[in-house]
Structure formats: structure tokens, C-alpha cells
Design a protein around this ligand. Structure first.
Ligand code: SF4
Length: 377
């Protein structure tokens, strides 16, 4: 079956974290009902013409768990009514530990959500305050226990390292606290200072000092070493999973598969056409409610662009890019288009051609962003 995914964007958060550049908005006393109604309307209109079976659904944000359980289950019901979901469809919910009440998760599990991704970032109270997270370490543990109690047997934790003032020891303690909760999946990203965030202003003023490059690299290496020893497979640059527990939805992105993004600012890629919805939740809601197409941007990629994107995404996966798959999709061999780049990177030992795949080497993985850029510049 050819995978096809749906992404639903819930743009509300209790508080905007200082480092965050996602399309997320402090909700205050916002009435979320009009947005959810608009999203339901978009589900109905965009489902027309989609014949494929849906193999994964991802409710992301923002903070999806700012919605009432009944709103989330209502959206899932609308998806079931309008799309054909595969019997084993992966249905992920992103959850913020500061928003999950005791009776919340059982209702979602019962409705069909079968994977939960919990935004932890750190187990250190000082680091959580610095990141402006709204939850405590205890609430993380409580949320994991509640998720397990509700029957979620596919659980992921998001962590962040290379935080200002963080030592190697403190990062490894965070990792240990996460491992003690026995998640099936872990995402470990290093903090980056994104443009137009509160952190950028403090960083530019010299008030936020990140660990130096050597320490960041050591944190990265020790993460790989620790998680590999504990039975997790690093299947993507920043993602680790127990056997059979890779995130199907994110794999679809990295494999450059078709997906429909619904909600404010959500991106889609279907049949070679890339599009993106209006970013502002209020303007998105107004557009859908008044019967307009909420897409503010749409383009058909030419073959060269599509091939570049395919490599850019696929090389993030440890297994790399399947050469036969590439050739059958674009009707041309990868080497005949990217021969010069390929030979240069092979000579530098940054990529390998092995088992019918082009993949980054260990050295290439450490320099992933710049190596990948070589294929698209
Ligand atoms: S909770 Fe997540 S999406 Fe919301 S502001 Fe914080 S980092 Fe951004």
C-alpha cells in the first residue's frame, strides 16, 4: 500500500515558549470552537478526490491538548467519515504535560488515538523555567503514567539538549530520567536559536550562552551511544526507536511521500504539488468559514526540484535513499543527475553507496545539514 498521511494543526498554546518558532499562539481566553469548526469544514472539502487509504494521522501544533477531549475525538470522527483509514492507521497526538487532566487520555485512546508524543524537553526544573515550559518534571512522569494507564503502548518523548548553561552530566541525567520511563521512541534535538523568537533577542544581547561546539558534539555522540546501548535504533538524525516503533508519519515526510496538511499554516505535498495554508488561525478560520480555499501558496515542483527535495529529506534517514525507488519515481538514475556531487562526497567519505542506498556516513551524519545542501544548491 502506498502510504498517505494527514496532518492536523492545532495552533493554540498556553504560553509561547521563548525558543519556539512554530505556528503557535498563546490562547488566553480564545474560543477554540470556530477554529475546530473550520478545521472540520476543511476536512470535508479537502477529502474530495482523495482515493488513497490513510496510513497515518498526526495531530500536532501548537498544543493539541489545549482542546477539549470531545473536540479532538470530534475531529477524528470527521476524518473517519470523510477519508478511508487503513485498519492499522497510526494516529498520533502531541501532548503537553501541563495540559493533560486525569480523565483526558482514556477518552482519546478509546476514540482511536494509538500513539502519543509528549513534549518533555528537560527533567530539570531550572531548564524548564529557562525554556518557559509550563510543566514540571513531576507532571511529565504523571502524564506518562496516565498515558500508560489509558492504554497507550506506543509513546514518544521529545527532549532538547545543548541548552544554555547545560553540562554534559546534566544532559545525560535528563536522558536517564527519560529512559526510566521506557518510551518506545525518543526525539532528541539540540536547541537552535531561531529568527524572530524571544530567545534570539536575548541571545543577540549576549544573555544566552550555548554550550560550545565541542560540548554539543560530545552531547550528540553520547546520546547516540547511550540510546544504542539501551536498544534504540537511530533511524533518523535526531530520532530513535525500539524495533518496529519508528514514527510512521514522520517517515512518510522523510520518504517524500504524499500528505495533506489541514489547519492554519499546514503544508501539503500531493502528486508533485506543494501547498501551504494561511498561517494566521483567525484568517484561516475566516477563509474556510466563508467558503474560500485556505491555501495561500501552491506550486508544482519541477523534476529537478522534486529530486533535490527527495534527497534532502531521504538523507536524514539512516538507511538513506533507495536508488531503485528514486529511478522508478523520476525515470532517471541518481548518479546521472548528481554524479559530480556524489563523487566529491564519496571521496570525502561523507556518503556511501551500499546495498542499493545512498546514505550519509557517520561523519556525514555529523555534518548532515551542509552535506545535504550540496544536493540542492
Ligand atoms: S508548547 Fe510547543 S508549540 Fe507551544 S510554544 Fe512551546 S514549543 Fe511552541
Amino acid at each position: 500500500m502506498v502510504p498517505f498521511g494527514l496532518y492536523l494543526h492545532i495552533p493554540f498554546c498556553i504560553h509561547k515558549c521563548g525558543y519556539c518558532d512554530f505556528n503557535s499562539h498563546p490562547m488566553g481566553d480564545t474560543d477554540t470552537r470556530p477554529y475546530v469548526e473550520a478545521l472540520t469544514g476543511e476536512i470535508e472539502s479537502r477529502s474530495r478526490g482523495v482515493e488513497q487509504e490513510i496510513t497515518s494521522i498526526f495531530f500536532g501544533g501548537g498544543t493539541p491538548t489545549t482542546l477539549e477531549a470531545s473536540q479532538l475525538t470530534g475531529l477524528l470522527t470527521a476524518l473517519r467519515r470523510n477519508f478511508s483509514l487503513s485498519a492499522d492507521c497510526e494516529i498520533t497526538l502531541e501532548a503537553n504535560p501541563g495540559t493533560v487532566r486525569p480523565d483526558y487520555l482514556p477518552r482519546l485512546r478509546e476514540a482511536g488515538f494509538n500513539r502519543i508524543s509528549i513534549g518533555v524537553q528537560s527533567f530539570d526544573p531550572g531548564e524548564l523555567r529557562l525554556l518557559e515550559r509550563i510543566h514540571t518534571p513531576d507532571e511529565v512522569e504523571q502524564t506518562v503514567h496516565r498515558a500508560r494507564g489509558a492504554g497507550f503502548d506506543n509513546l514518544s518523548l521529545d527532549l532538547m539538549f545543548a541548552l544554555p548553561g547545560q553540562t554534559l552530566q546534566r544532559w545525560l541525567e535528563n536522558l536517564d530520567r527519560a529512559l526510566a520511563l521506557e518510551p518506545e521512541h525518543l526525539s532528541c534535538y539540540n536547541l537552535t536559536i531561531e529568527p524572530n523568537t524571544a530567545f534570539q533577542i536575548t541571545f543577540d544581547a549576549g544573555q544566552l550562552v550555548l554550550p560550545d561546539e565541542d560540548l554539543q558534539l560530545e552531547m550528540y555522540r553520547r546520546t547516540i551511544e547511550t540510546l544504542t546501548r539501551r536498544g534504540y535504533n537511530r533511524y533518523e538524525i535526531s530520532n530513535y526507536a525500539q524495533p518496529g516503533r519508528q514514527c510512521r508519519h514522520n517517515r512518510l515526510y522523510w520518504l517524500n511521500g504524499d500528505h495533506l496538511g489541514l489547519g492554519a499554516g499546514a503544508s501539503s505535498y500531493v502528486n508533485g504539488v506543494r501547498s501551504r495554508n494561511i498561517k494566521s488561525p483567525a484568517r484561516y478560520t475566516q477563509a474556510v468559514t466563508s467558503g474560500h480555499n485556505p491555501a495561500e501558496f501552491s506550486e508544482r515542483l519541477d523534476t529537478r526540484q522534486a529530486m533535490g527535495e527527495h534527497l534532502m529529506l531521504g538523507l536524514r534517514l539512516k538507511e538513506g535513499v533507495d536508488l531503485d525507488g528514486f529511478e522508478s519515481r523520476y525515470r532517471v538514475g541518481l548518479a546521472s543527475v548528481f554524479g559530480d556531487t556524489l563523487n566529491r562526497l564519496l571521496a570525502q567519505n561523507l556518503v556511501t553507496l551500499d546495498g542499493g542506498h545512498l546514505a550519509l556516513t557517520e561523519d556525514g551524519l555529523f555534518l548532515a545539514d551542509s552535506v545535504i545542501l550540496e544536493f540542492i544548491s
